[in-house]
Design a binder for this molecule. Structure first.
Ligand code: NAD
Ligand code: TYD
Length: 351
């Protein structure tokens, strides 16, 4: 099988390509613009596989993208390329509209035209898999879970741009018959995540001796999923997911932000104690809240578990230890990532 993966140099896309190379005999063409968040080193050994091809391309570049479809002739597309950081979307939403909405529209049009020229068998088996987020559903109170039927109510420019892209993908299925599947996942963590997101940022700041900025009261809740469990769910949804369907993916692992940061500090105290012997938790500092900060995300992932048989392997405790060890052992990757961003506060310009 030949698969186009967009955003394959990013956090989740690279985990998907690593898994494809390890567990299948598929051939991959990675389309990635290599923004600040993209790094081909994140592919690890998969970067050297003769089954992995790469084009440095913006998904808004229709001609370039058409060329890849024409030459590579994919059986499926896994679309992960996106601007992905809520704080950056608050400061500068333009790139989110461009990549997440216009880019997805462009890719859909290229895929539709390519798909339209396939024979009947090729048309039937083709799949456009759109990878999205639970943030499109907005914020939960203390009770309840996001299901596939939850109303869209995005609050940040990032979430709104992803919601827009989800709607486009749905419409290309309903209107043109393009075979699609959409997955909406909760917060991921694990190796190769850009150190602007909570978990890798806190690890970097802790070991650098910097303050650990917890937004607001630290009581916002996220449902954390280890990235390799997400990648496994994505491969299942691509292979077994019903055309036109949506599947929610989540970690069943709700934590307040302060719980996450305290856990990171305790595990770091064991794995890499600070020179002065003081716990990293002494560096925790409560800072001004994020504008429009969603209170709680939590996923009901019954559908993908029952219908596709997905079972996550990691618990939060096992995954977080693996993650910390990875960041401690991969200083060069972190150094390269931090060339573009040195950990300054982002996302305050909305207040
Ligand atoms: P990321 O920011 O780590 O990676 C995004 C990748 O897309 C980068 O390699 C970047 O270079 C590339 N890219 C950005 N703009 C592009 C463009 N115009 N053309 C081509 N490539 C471009 O993001 P991630 O965390 O790996 O997220 C991947 C996808 O999964 C996104 O669609 C995101 O919305 C979704 N998602 C992320 C999470 C999460 O917790 N990180 C959770 C659920 C869903
Ligand atoms: P983040 O990793 O940006 O993911 P998202 O906003 O997509 O959920 O943030 C996760 C949570 O951590 C979110 O509630 C905001 C909070 N947060 C902090 O408290 N401090 C920080 O420095 C960052 C980056 C996030």
């Amino acid at each position: 099988m030949r698969i186009i993966v967009t955003g394959g140099a990013g956090f989740i896309g690279s985990a998907v390509i690593r898994k494809i190379v390890k567990d299948t005999d598929w051939i991959v063409h990675n389309i990635d613009k290599l923004t600040y968040a993209g790094n081909l080193l994140s592919l690890g050994e998969a970067q050297d596989s003769e089954r992995v091809f790469f084009s440095r391309l913006d998904i808004c570049d229709k001609t370039g993208t058409e060329r890849v479809f024409r030459d590579f002739r994919p059986h499926a597309v896994m679309h992960l390329a996106a601007e992905s950081h809520v704080d950056r979307s608050i400061d500068d939403p333009g790139e989110f509209i461009s990549t997440n909405i216009v880019g997805t529209y462009t890719l859909l049009e290229v895929a539709r035209s390519y798909w339209g020229e396939l024979d009947a068998k090729g048309k039937k088996s083709f799949k456009f898999h759109h990878i999205s987020t639970d943030e499109v559903f907005g914020s939960l109170g203390h009770q309840g879970y996001f299901t596939e039927e939850t109303r869209y109510q995005p609050n940040s420019p990032y979430a709104a741009s992803k919601a827009g892209s989800d709607h486009l993908v749905r419409a290309w299925n309903k209107t043109y018959g393009l075979p699609i599947v959409i997955t909406n996942c909760s917060n991921n963590y694990g190796p190769y995540q850009y150190p602007e997101k909570l978990i890798p940022l806190m690890i970097q700041k802790a070991i650098s001796g910097d303050a650990l900025p917890v937004y607001g009261a630290g009581d916002n809740v996220r449902d954390w999923l280890y990235v390799e469990d997400h990648a496994a769910a994505l491969l299942l949804a691509l292979q077994k997911g019903k055309t036109g369907e949506v599947y929610n993916i989540g970690g069943n692992s709700e934590k307040t932000n302060i719980e996450v940061v305290k856990t990171l500090c305790l595990e770091l105290d064991k794995l890499s104690p600070s020179k002065g012997g003081v716990s990293y938790s002494a560096q925790i500092s409560y800072v001004e809240d994020r504008p429009g900060h969603d209170k709680r995300y939590a996923i009901d992932c019954t559908k993908i578990k029952h219908e596709l048989g997905w079972i996550p392997k990691e618990t939060f405790n096992s995954g977080i230890v693996k993650t910390i060890k990875w960041y401690l052992d991969n200083e060069e990757w972190c150094r390269q990532a931090m060339v573009n961003y040195q950990g300054q506060r982002l996302g305050t310009s909305g207040s």
